[in-house]
Design a binder for this molecule. Structure first.
Ligand code: GLY
Length: 586
């Protein structure tokens, strides 16, 4: 029960309240006191000031409270899996527009030297059909984004519970406790959260407006307290039933009702039948390191490892970070990788993915030869004849854990676009995803990120849509030494690539690596995108002369996290200065 309302003898229910100043200060102090008491050795700093350093572990996430949740698990004697699961549920509460219980995730882990990946991606319901978003031969506008049909069956809850069962050491209820507290007792609204909610106020359904907006329809002000009481109860039921309630119980019934009320067609069997898959990780090498990333249904790992293998032959450090020559090389590697993404990728349970075509030695050598020979920009049409228009969006959330013992977890989780479909299932606090938009509604036409796919990514019952999420672990001698990843749709892959290059090639510390400006090329449209002031004017002129058609992005790119071992017992961590995240250390 919230302090302010309790004192007035009223029960605090859902939504936001503007409490008196003394009350807000007291709530803030209580929250801080609780965390500090429980965590005597933790240090969370704004990562853009400097990397944080730890002897035992480092963690980083897109919200300081989620980072705290990871630290709390570790401080209580938990391992990398405990910390990761605690952060997963905590970020679902503290960054509800980016990911959550109503969505999916990919986890890459290294535990006792064994690399594993867990596919918790949303799955199309049994009622899904190839043409469910097509009317008169055209894609039905908005149907795969903001209707009940937009949501895939969520996998995050069952996935995290299974991952915890496989590798966790603390009781699940203990790991979930911080997330439950943030939802039930409330959290302080940051300016970032205020803006995220305000930007989507009109997109939310009535249940969502009750949770996230004030009575007058405005977004909660920075400094006010956001309570997600129903979400807290849903999390409590997950803790009490090891996730079963979410798939077969009270929550499941509410989810099915909400989706179907908005024009979807889910059944209880869809939820009960959700299966977490362990996939073969995508493995590669780069300058003496081993790289482990997520395989299909993510395109991320294959594209990342391909680009690393292609770029390895070039002296990237010598070309100079940010130079025209360096940006040109990256652009040529990126456009070839994205051109390949459009063909032959999809859920590996439905389409045979030829990994060698992407990352086999012969394939990467041929692509490397082509990149080396490309003295000027290779036109996109010389790679393939398709034109698409991009759309941009920030969404999704990445977090990581790196331990001195060589264990690590990288996780990227999502509900797709900001606030997913905008539909919150009444009585649950669960934001439903719009991951069905990641399918190729009409093979050959673009999705919300301007990405195109072929038949391999066509909609089908019980199929998982192609993703770009790229949680990645870098290893040396069988032990994890780095964890990388980011949100950002198609830019996830190029953001993660540049985070890794910045650390390994350019010898940046993790804060510098994340703060450095980024570039992006996704084959179509034919532009080399760069962040504001990310390239100097004379560099832009040179890239223009090379035919790369540089174009400034309308916003920033990614919200990456980076963890890196700088010594046997010295681990460093940072969160992207573009977001409000934080790294923590023990
Ligand atoms: N929904 C974005 C992705 O999975 O890449």
């Amino acid at each position: 029960m919230g302090l302010g309302h309790a004192l007035k003898g009223r029960r605090l229910t859902e939504g936001t309240v503007r409490r008196p100043r003394w009350c807000r200060q007291a709530a803030r102090m209580l929250q801080v006191a609780l965390l500090v008491t429980l965590l005597p050795h933790g240090t969370v700093e704004a990562a853009w000031r400097a990397p944080v350093h730890g002897e035992r572990a480092v963690v980083a996430s897109a919200h300081p409270l989620a980072t705290r949740a990871g630290e709390l698990a570790l401080a209580a004697g938990g391992n990398a899996a405990d910390a990761a699961v605690a952060m997963s549920f905590a970020i679902a509460v503290t960054e509800p527009w980016g990911s959550g219980l109503g969505g999916g995730a990919f986890v890459v882990s290294v535990i006792n030297g064994k690399v594993e990946t867990f596919d918790m991606r949303e799955m199309a319901p049994a009622s899904a059909t190839r043409d469910m978003f097509v009317v008169d031969g055209k894609v039905e506008k908005g149907a795969s984004i903001s209707t009940g049909r937009a949501s895939g069956v969520p996998g995050l809850v069952r996935g995290m519970v299974e991952f915890h069962k496989a590798h966790g050491s603390l009781p699940l209820a203990q790991v979930l406790a911080p997330a439950i507290s943030f939802a039930r007792d409330g959290m302080v609204v940051s300016e970032h959260m205020h803006r995220a909610i305000a930007g989507k106020a009109d997109y939310l359904n009535d249940a969502g407006r009750r949770v996230f907006l004030r009575a007058d329809g405005s977004a909660p002000k920075p400094g006010s307290i956001l309570v997600q009481a129903d979400l807290g109860k849903t999390l409590e039921r997950i803790a009490a039933t090891a996730g079963e309630d979410f798939y077969t119980g009270t929550t499941a019934k509410a989810l099915v009702a909400a989706v179907n009320a908005e024009g979807g067609a889910w059944t209880m069997a869809d939820l009960a039948g959700y299966v977490v898959k362990r996939r073969a990780p995508v493995m590669g090498t780069y300058r003496g390191y081993t790289v482990a990333s997520m395989g299909p249904p993510s395109s991320g790992g294959l594209l990342l490892v391909q680009m690393l293998k292609v770029l390895e032959r070039f002296d990237l450090h010598g070309l100079g970070f940010g130079s025209a020559a360096y940006s040109h090389k990256l652009a040529e590697a990126m456009k070839r990788a994205f051109a390949m993404r459009a063909k032959g990728l999809g859920d590996p349970d439905f389409v045979a993915v030829d990994r060698k075509r992407f990352i086999g030695d012969a394939a990467t050598k041929a692509i490397g030869d082509a990149v080396a020979a490309a003295e000027t920009s290779t036109p996109a049409s010389a790679i393939s004849e398709v034109t698409v228009k991009p759309k941009e969006s920030t969404h999704t959330s990445h977090f990581g854990v790196l331990m001195a013992n060589g264990d690590a977890v990288g996780c990227t989780q999502t509900i797709n676009l900001r606030f997913g479909s905008g539909k919150i299932a009444a009585g649950t606090g669960v934001v439903l995803n719009n991951e069905m938009d990641d399918f190729s509604a009409l093979p050959g036409s673009p999705n919300a990120f301007g990405l195109i796919g072929d038949e391999g990514n066509a909609v089908a019952a019980k199929k998982r849509p192609l993703s770009s999420m790229t949680p990645t672990i870098v290893l040396r001698d069988g032990k994890a030494v780095g964890v990388f990843g980011s949100p950002g749709g198609s830019r996830i892959i190029t953001t993660t690539l540049q985070s890794i290059l910045n650390v390994i090639d350019h010898k940046m510390n993790v804060s510098e690596a994340l703060g450095a400006p980024r570039i992006h090329h996704q084959w179509y449209p034919e532009h080399l995108f760069y962040e504001h002031r990310g390239l100097s004017p004379d560099t832009i002129t040179k890239l223009d002369a090379l035919g790369q058609q540089p174009k400034e992005l309308s916003g920033t790119m990614g919200n990456a996290m980076a963890l890196w071992r700088v010594g046997p017992t010295r681990l460093s961590g940072a969160a992207d200065p573009r977001g409000e995240g934080a790294a923590g250390a023990l």
